[in-house]
Design a protein around this ligand. Structure first.
Ligand code: DGY
Length: 334
């Protein structure tokens, strides 16, 4: 009997093509995620789940799925939507899709850095509104990137890829990441010992941290107030790293010069939210990894790791490798 898989949204065909010869696959057909009730109704009896960042996979859902569930393969680098500890307790392997989206997400972060610093969307809106009457020496003045200081909060794969782009723009690059020992980073990047030190020096602050209890709400009133009034904040990691109410106040009261957000809290952000109408804020609908090639690679990787987990083979990106060790000790395959 083929293992049963539930894929919680339509993904690139390359991923489904890997799964269908080996599994009985059900794909959620909606444009929007399955509701909690719909998710609960579909997971019982599944051996594998291929999930997205919009699906909350918690203790209760894992219990509803049943003891035959072996793998939850997340079609994302972040796994903050999954209770990994609960999966580990149940011997369920969790996998994710880092690496393949690094450069694509860094491209988008850098696009937001350019667009926010040079006020591109305000310019587009001006033209679209029929307000472009003349060239003007003092109109839509932004901040130069050439020679400016970029402050990276988080220096993982994506942070480093953004740093490489910034060096091409002749920016000075600072970073703050308490998880990285000094001396283990590319030359030419300057480490800050505290977040405050980085915030006080940077013209562009770009966030590249996973969402954890330590990073949730990291950008609060105090952090935003520590930034230069001419600086911009870029967020392409997770919306909950920034206190949304504090950011609205920071923009409205001019504590900072602008924000470029690919992620927000809440997500999606309602159209009547103050951040959407704030002229100095660019909001994108979480499209950091949204290139055709990268979404194809994410789907393939998520599917391949799901199959590996079902077969008892090592996946490329296990999030809780201790489950594999436990299975090996128990001599369990699929
Ligand atoms: C991820 O993979 O975590 C991204 O946010 C999705 O693009």
């Amino acid at each position: 009997m083929k293992p049963r898989i539930f894929v919680t949204r339509r993904i690139a065909q390359a991923g489904l093509d890997l799964l269908t010869p080996h599994c009985e696959v059900e794909v959620w057909p909606g444009e929007e995620p399955p509701s909690r009730e719909e998710l609960r109704a579909r997971v019982p009896g599944c051996h594998g789940l291929l999930t997205l960042l919009s699906d909350r996979v918690d203790e209760e859902l894992l219990a509803v799925a049943g003891p035959q569930l072996r793998v939850v393969s997340n079609h994302a680098a972040g796994v903050d939507n999954i209770d990994v500890a609960a999966a580990t307790r149940r011997g369920i392997l969790v996998t994710n899709t880092p690496d393949v989206l690094t450069e694509t997400t860094a491209d988008l972060a850098f696009a937001l850095i350019c667009a926010t610093s040079r006020r591109l969307v305000e310019g587009v809106d001006w033209v679209r509104a029929g307000r472009w009457k003349t060239w003007s020496p003092l109109f839509l003045l932004g901040q130069d990137l050439f020679g400016a200081t970029l402050g990276l909060v988080g220096l993982g794969r994506i942070g480093r890829a953004v740093a490489r782009r910034a060096q091409g723009f002749a920016m000075r690059v600072l970073w703050y990441d308490p998880s990285i020992p000094a001396g283990s980073v590319p030359a030419g990047l300057h480490r800050c010992d505290t977040l405050d030190e980085l915030l006080r020096a940077a013209d562009v602050v770009s966030l590249h941290v996973p969402l954890t209890p330590a990073t949730r709400g990291l950008f609060d009133v105090a952090a935003l107030r520590a930034m230069k009034p001419t600086a911009v904040l870029i967020n392409t990691c997770r919306g909950q790293v920034v206190d949304t109410a504090a950011l609205v106040q920071a923009l409205q009261e001019g504590w900072i010069a602008g924000a470029g957000l690919d992620v927000t809290d809440p997500e999606p952000l309602p159209a009547d939210h103050p951040l959407v109408s704030e002229p100095r804020c660019i909001v994108l609908p979480h499209i950091g990894s949204a290139s055709t090639a990268t979404r194809g690679r994410m789907a393939e990787l998520a599917a391949a790791d799901l199959l590996a987990g079902l077969r008892g083979e090592p996946p490329r990106h296990p999030v809780n490798p201790e489950v594999l060790a436990g299975r090996a000790a128990a001599g369990a395959g699929c």
